[in-house]
Design a protein around this ligand. Sequence first.
Ligand code: SF4
Length: 349
Amino acid sequence: MVKFSEQLLIWYDQHARTLPWRAANGCSVDPYHVWLSEIMLQQTTVRAVTAYFEKFLILWPSVEHLAAAPVDHVLKEWAGLGYYARARNLHKCADVITNTMGGKFPEKAADLIKLPGIGDYTAAAIASIAFGESVAVVDGNIERIIARQYRIETPLPAAKKAIKTYVSKLTPQNRPGDFAQAMMDLGASVCSPKNPDCQRCPVQNSCAAAKADDMERYPIKAPKKAKPTRRAVSFWLEHDGHILLERRPPKGLLGGMPGFFSSPWREQASIPDAPEYLHHAPTMAAWQPSKGIAKHTFTHFHLETQLVTALSGKRLNIENGFWHPVSELEGIGLPTVFAKIAQLKTLGR
Ligand code: SF4
């Protein structure tokens, strides 16, 4: 009987997706490309990542170029991709590789995992794809395939350990990186969450869920907690064609990114009213509410924000604040949540 990995690799040789970070036929894989793409792909779709990946390679064609860039420039170019801690860690990691490792990535997952921003999955993906180490690579797509192949009744995330053990056993010594990418591609194009196309699946003969015709039952997931909604007011203070922005603290959510001064993002029943939000305004002014509410969803909560606007008679100096031309707001690399809040200003006109 042909092994699972052999069946999958035969299929992969014919159906592999063409992606900008993959090596063309006959070329060797560049670890920098694999690392950069894997960091960008964490919690983000291939479609969203592609343009960012290509832009980063033009700006910084090697890990040394990236390490030499100012971190604020990297954060600016990352804007819109979300999860900004990734960009800060990307820059830190480039610095470590360039300045302490002679520009060479470690080749083993056990060493890669020690670097900033590289977790279990990313270390395994880089080690197997870029360096041919036979280690289990498990992302969400692969969890789904394995849960279906073995009809795993334990819900995720508790099933992760068992799934990894299955993947370890299936991963071949030969072409482990192609095997990992084949699993990713199978999950993305054939073993989809809804209506998996089992007739086109190269490993249908070993699939317990396909035999039982209950594929969509897997993977079983533990019920999700409902996300709370936090509410806040953001402040748009303008002076002479410039707006006051805040440079957020380097650590924490959206760390180091530009944004609007805001009242605390608190779980509360309604958007704070004038007496409450005024305590958090960057200055005393005739604040006027704009129309509309900006809504944004983070991993653990929803955020609803109202914008209040005012004119300032002078260019105030405020801690962590800086003035930026209103006409160049789009070019500054606002995170999506603040870009949505900025749009309320247009509504209010
Ligand atoms: Fe997924 Fe169907 Fe293939 Fe099983 S046979 S792995 S359910 S596509």
